[in-house]
Design a protein around this ligand. Structure first.
Ligand SMILES: [Zn+2]
Length: 194
């Protein structure tokens, strides 16, 4: 799996030009058909997608090219998941978020649990990232809850990223920075640290 931008023609061009690199070995990715169709639930409704598949010329592994507006093994778009996380950081319970987002309450509860479980390594990862994107950045002040501090670190890093690299939806930034593994046990950048 590799996270790419949401501009499909640009992704296709970069793939054909050999500009995309393997997330495991850094080798050149080549086109390799398409993955199975998947449904992504976005705020505006469901979207059917058939992601591009690629294969590494170096290690021969195949990688599905996943848009950065989604996460690994999640049906819901990352902006939907991020909205629930941000609402929780503001003190809103999972049931109200679920109603507002049109997602089952148990699904929202699962996101919040998982994010909370990894909150400290997530906070730490995005804090380091924020300071590497903007060395002049002030220290990020801890606010109280582990989840809230992690959400704040993601937001600060996303703003630093936007200043440095151009505008991008904050939770798409979070997906790209975590290789799509923001809510994943095994595929996130901090899995091997805990
Ligand atoms: Zn490779």
């Amino acid at each position: 799996m590799k996270i790419v931008g949401t501009n499909a023609p640009e992704v296709e061009r970069a793939l054909l030009a050999g500009e995309l690199s393997c997330p495991r070995c850094g080798g050149r990715l080549r086109p390799w058909g398409h993955a199975r169709e998947r449904v992504v639930r976005r705020r505006g409704g469901e979207e059917r997608r058939r992601p591009r598949r690629s294969r590494c010329a170096g290690c021969s592994r195949s990688h599905v090219l996943l848009f950065e507006d989604s996460l690994l093994r999640r049906r819901d778009g990352v902006e939907v998941i991020g909205a629930a996380l941000a609402a929780k950081a503001q003190g809103q319970g999972h049931r109200r978020s679920a109603t507002a987002l049109g997602v089952p309450a148990s699904t929202v509860r699962g996101w919040l649990r998982r994010f909370t479980r990894w909150a400290e390594p997530i906070r730490s990862f995005f804090t380091v990232l924020a300071h590497s994107l903007d060395p002049m950045l002030d220290a990020i002040v801890a606010g109280g809850s582990a989840l809230g501090d992690a959400v704040e670190a993601v937001a600060v890093a996303a703003r630093a990223g936007a200043r440095r690299l151009g505008p991008r939806p904050p939770w798409s930034f979070a997906s790209a920075a975590s290789g799509g593994g923001l809510l994943s046990n095994t595929s996130c950048p901090w899995a091997d640290r805990h």
